[in-house]
Design a protein around this ligand. Structure first.
Ligand code: NG6
Ligand code: CA
Length: 502
């Protein structure tokens, strides 16, 4: 039986790569489940012991679990920008963490990941956290048609939150409209000055069900202080407790609706970002407080998607990617007991730093690819970057893309499918400070930035001295070899400079 399986697999791979080599389109369904702030060590298949993620583990067991996969940035907006456009976000000013009323950062007229699929004849959809701006300069019209939106850059369908769970406006946007909006109660949003007269976390802390530890003291929505002021839109406001159910239901119905055609779904969960407000089914279940509970909720979400694929008999014809947009953070601005109840859990695994950090925990993330019958299950240490998904899926589906607008994405399909065990020669990470990884080596450029984020208790990786680490021997980036190895240092400095100037 085992032999037969091996033969079937080998044949599948042979056929697949012959087709790709011949430039013939291969069109599996593709789902990217993109978690928010999930760290390298936050799931059990990456070594977590205090929290169990059976559904994510199952995905990893049937697919490839990458140990050296990276986002391009240590925060959300730039990572997503790079993944969807194939351009490192730091090339474009204004792609740092976006406010809730930011205008669209990805404009029509350029290559994008969803456009690659759309051109290949896929139905494309986005569900969940967007955080890439909406609307024209000056921000979107929350009470009218929202344009540009994901619909203008390659998605056929869109059900999103504009920014983050902790930023106003706390409403869902479906295609071009805010969901359940009463025109008699229009939405106004401001990130500059107070508007309306609703209570704020700063003025009315007694109204909060979850207190802020830093920031997050503007308008109170659903008992939680947010970033930014909001008034109106009462009937449209979300309830954080239901968010995972709502997004999961939307993702599942997208899959059901398009089961007969190739589809691409970018499913971007709010979990495990702050505010961590799980549905009561998960409350208290991890023993680690809300942060652990939303990891369980995320795992449930993944399970629901997998169940849907099984039920519709799409498992074999669907390539699933599971990953995260940046590394972990424990206290990201709310008193949710994440610190107190950590219970020895290490969100970053053996890596140093976390979200916001130039150390590797900022950008090295869980990354799983499952495609039964085509991708051999196992572990890959190949160096891969999310910026390469665009070119790689263009290669898979036989599409061309505009490399002038997507200059940084390269075809590493055979690394993503587990055939090439090496992956990239180098990749760039950005956390305000630039780093480059090349082979076993990582260089972090000198920076005058803070060494520690006191608020989040994160080592940011900044140092006025150049830092050089041998990640193969020192994954925790403890032993700076810059002085001991000036040639390697120079090599990486030159390489980083070349990429920056490209
Ligand atoms: C920070 C927020 C943090 C989080 C982050 C964005 C404060 C003090 N901190 O500014 O809570 O929202 O932005 O996270 O407001 S991200 O994952 O979307 O990039
Ligand atoms: Ca994030």
């Amino acid at each position: 039986m085992i032999k037969l399986n091996k033969l079937v697999y080998a044949f599948g791979v042979l056929v697949l790569f012959s087709k790709i080599a011949l430039g013939q389109a291969v069109r599996p369904n593709v789902i990217i489940i993109y978690a928010d702030d999930l760290g390298y060590g936050d799931v059990s298949c990456y070594g977590a012991k205090k929290v169990a993620t059976p559904n994510i583990d199952k995905l990893a067991k049937a697919g490839i679990r990458f140990t050296n996969a990276h986002t391009t940035s240590a925060t959300c907006t730039p990572s997503r920008y790079s993944m969807l456009t194939g351009e490192y976000a730091w090339r474009k000013p204004g792609t740092g963490v976006a406010t809730g009323d930011a205008s669209a950062l990805i404009l029509p007229g350029r290559s994008t990941l969803p456009l690659v699929f759309q051109k290949a004849g896929y139905k494309t959809g986005v569900v969940g956290k967007w955080h890439l701006g909406l609307g024209p300069q000056g921000g979107p019209d929350w009470n009218g048609e929202i344009k540009p939106s994901p619909l203008d850059i390659g998605f056929d369908e869109s059900f999103i939150m504009a920014a983050t769970g902790d930023r106003v406006p706390c409403v869902y946007v479906e295609n071009r409209r805010v969901v359940n909006l009463d025109p008699a109660d229009p939405i106004k949003v401001s990130f500059k000055e107070p508007i309306g007269n609703e209570p704020t976390g700063r003025a009315n802390p007694e109204l909060l069900k979850m207190k802020h530890s830093h920031g997050h003291d503007f308008t109170i929505i659903n008992g939680i202080g947010r970033i930014g002021y909001m008034t109106g839109g009462k009937s449209a406001r979300w309830k954080d407790e239901d968010m995972a159910d709502i997004f999961t239901e939307k993702a599942v119905s997208f899959i059901e609706k398009h089961q007969a055609e190739p589809f691409f779904l970018y499913f971007s969960t709010q979990d495990i970002h702050v505010p961590r407000v799980p549905h009561e089914r998960f409350t208290g279940k991890s023993g680690m407080g809300p942060r652990g509970d939303v990891i369980l909720q995320l795992d449930w979400t993944v399970g629901e998607v997998m169940k849907t694929l099984d039920k519709l008999k799409l498992t074999h014809n669907t390539l699933v990617i599971f990953s995260s947009d940046n590394g972990p953070v424990v206290d990201d601005g709310y008193h949710d007991q994440a610190v107190e109840l950590l219970n020895g859990h290490t969100p970053a695994g053996a890596l140093r730093g976390g979200k916001y950090s130039a150390f590797d925990a900022g950008t090295r993330v869980p990354f799983i690819v499952r495609w039964p019958g085509q991708v051999k299950a196992g572990v890959s240490n190949a160096l891969v970057s999310q910026v390469d998904l665009l070119a790689s899926f263009a290669a898979l589906t036989g599409q061309k893309f505009d490399a002038t607008t997507a200059p940084d994405t390269k075809d590493y399909l055979s690394a993503f499918l587990g055939k090439d065990k090496k992956g990239r020669d180098y990749l760039i990470e950005h956390a305000g400070t630039f780093s480059i990884i090349k082979g076993d080596w990582k260089y972090i450029e000198p920076s005058k930035g803070q060494k520690m984020s006191v608020q989040t208790n994160t080592e940011l990786g900044n140092d006025p001295q150049p830092q050089l680490y041998n990640l193969a021997k020192d994954i925790g980036e403890k032993n700076n070899l810059a002085e001991a190895n000036p040639e390697k240092l120079k090599e990486l400095q030159v390489e980083l400079q070349e990429v920056k100037e490209k």
